[in-house]
Write a new protein. Structure first.
Length: 335
């Protein structure tokens, strides 16, 4: 048997933890094998839950600590709490090669700071980028940066192109990575100087890891013509929150329309299969699992408000990027 993959899990971060974290492990374990979960958190909270779940005792270790990072803690406060929090200890497990990746649904800012304090950057990468999956008509986009860096230069955006392409190839190995820069227009003359200079660099320096497709506008993100979308963290975060809000609005308005009248209810019954497909397409839990790219080890952020299904999906992302050697792909292709 091959050596098992070891995932460090911060069990105390996010809403309804450790309950959703442990149930997420139970779900993920039914879809895979040869995984060890190193679970960091308060054993007095973890044990009563895990004993009721169908998780074999030989696939997890509980590393006890009573301290954890709260959602309202600032990154500085989180760092000052010391090395005995569940988040710090799980990242330290990765640092010491006792785990292959770390996942947390806890405080995003704290995770970034503690990860950067403990882990090294990949050589030649200046800034890390937060990347996540975003559905399109033909499959899935990788979008980055989503908030780690408010300002970026040309080198950063070129690095993001390489890292995002490596991530897409790791998750969807049968697809070609197609990179585009998020911009206010498709013409070469549109955008600020950083964007235009990045366009020139990517257009003139071909890379075997991806195809460069130029610019993409916000209303084209989900068209499926490209699958790696690059931008700075300020723009990316606004785009992400806008898309999430729009998806929630559409879902709630459709639900209201179909339940407010008897005609709507009949229509819903007649179209139940199509409505289920529609609901699944907009279900954020299926795309859960953001990756902090640029560090020399995999750090995955699960959404704090997701449930066990969403957490299980983020564990699947962990597994895929470890098996596909994401970090090795980035190191091989970085300029």
């Amino acid at each position: 048997m091959n050596n098992p993959i070891k995932i460090a899990v911060d069990a105390m971060g996010g809403e309804d933890s450790p309950n959703k974290v442990l149930k997420g492990i139970e779900i993920h374990n039914t879809t895979t094998q040869n995984i060890i979960y190193n679970i960091f958190g308060n054993k007095n909270s973890i044990n009563p839950i895990i004993q009721k779940l169908n998780i074999p005792k030989n696939i997890f270790n509980i590393i006890h600590t009573e301290n954890y990072i709260k959602d309202e803690d600032s990154p500085l406060t989180a760092a000052k709490k010391g090395k005995d929090t569940s988040m710090w200890m799980s990242i330290e497990s990765l640092k010491n090669n006792n785990s292959d990746a770390i996942i947390s649904a806890g405080n995003t800012g704290a995770l970034f700071v503690i990860a950067k304090l403990n882990l090294k950057m990949i050589d030649k990468i200046e800034k890390p980028a937060l990347s996540a999956l975003w559905p399109n008509k033909n499959g899935m986009n990788v979008v980055l940066d989503l908030g780690a860096n408010i300002e970026c230069n040309e080198k950063n955006l070129v690095d993001f192109s390489l890292m995002g392409s490596a991530l897409h190839k790791s998750l969807f190995d049968e697809e070609d990575a197609k990179v585009a820069i998020l911009n206010i227009g498709s013409e070469e003359t549109k955008g600020n100087n950083v964007i235009k200079n990045t366009y020139q660099i990517l257009n003139e320096n071909k890379n075997s890891l991806f195809q460069f497709k130029g610019y993409v506008e916000g209303n084209q993100i989900m068209d499926g013509n490209v699958n790696v979308i690059v931008t700075d963290g300020f723009t990316g975060n606004i785009a992400l929150k806008t898309a999430e809000g729009t998806a929630n609005f559409i879902s709630s308005e459709l639900k209201y329309a179909l339940n407010s009248t008897w005609i709507g209810k009949i229509s819903a019954l007649l179209n139940i299969k199509n409505l289920k497909k529609f609901k699944k397409k907009l279900d954020p839990r299926l795309y859960n699992g953001a990756i902090l790219l640029g560090l020399d080890k995999p750090v995955i952020k699960s959404h704090g408000s997701t449930d066990e299904v969403g957490f299980a999906n983020s564990l699947q992302v962990c597994e895929k990027i470890i098996k596909s050697n994401l970090i090795g792909k980035i190191k091989k292709n970085i300029i």
